[in-house]
Design a protein around this ligand. Structure first.
Ligand code: ZN
Length: 197
């Protein structure tokens, strides 16, 4: 029998189910919650208990929201002919800090056969349905990794005959980068994605 009281082993067990949290981290987090003056088990429990309550997915872009349609999709001042496709809701938050004024589509993942993620597991059908009319450009903003590239290529194949342009975000050097230390792939993509100044 475990030396630890059951509420502690149960909490460790629940933390261990989260991605990137192994048994040791789960133990550390649990005991941190018991000792910490800042992080309280009550506060965490309350937030988790309310996490899914009243949460909806926007019927148009699939962003998490509290209504049937999110505030971006229901904003008539935005350019609804331009859809920026992202992997996760947090990507929308990141682009909202830029001057982008089109709308979004959240896939809720990327194509990854190893993880059992095929086209049916993503919000791809909803994206294709949206592009039946009134959309001129789809900008694919999935991450520049193998899964992100495969997803971008799938979206291009599905939409190339439905919209005027399917584009991909430029890859290249981040602000503050040192060209001398950039890897070959990044440098090649930076040259390919060059533009007039
Ligand atoms: Zn929306």
């Amino acid at each position: 029998m475990s030396l630890l009281p059951p509420q502690i082993t149960k909490t460790i067990e629940e933390f261990s189910k989260l991605p990137g949290i192994g048994p040791k981290s789960a133990e550390r987090l649990t005991f941190h919650l018991l000792r910490s003056s800042k992080a309280s088990p009550e506060g965490l429990g309350k937030a988790l208990g309310e996490l899914k309550v009243a949460l909806e997915y926007c019927k148009t872009c699939q962003m998490v929201c509290l209504q049937e349609e999110c505030s971006i999709c229901s904003d008539s001042s935005r350019d609804h002919s331009m859809i920026l496709v992202v992997e996760n809701p947090l990507d929308v938050v990141a682009f909202e800090n830029t001057s982008y004024k089109g709308v979004y589509h959240v896939l809720h993942g990327v194509l990854s056969p190893i993880d059992g993620m095929g086209p049916e597991q993503l919000k791809l059908k909803e994206l294709i349905d949206r592009c039946q009319s009134g959309v001129s450009e789809v900008i694919v903003a999935t991450n520049p990794d193998i899964e992100g590239e495969a997803t971008a290529s799938y979206i291009h194949d599905q939409l190339k005959d439905k919209v005027e342009a399917v584009t991909r975000l430029a890859h290249g050097l981040p602000m503050g980068a040192d060209i001398e230390f950039a890897d070959q792939v990044t440098l090649r993509q930076a040259v390919e994605g060059r533009r007039r100044i």
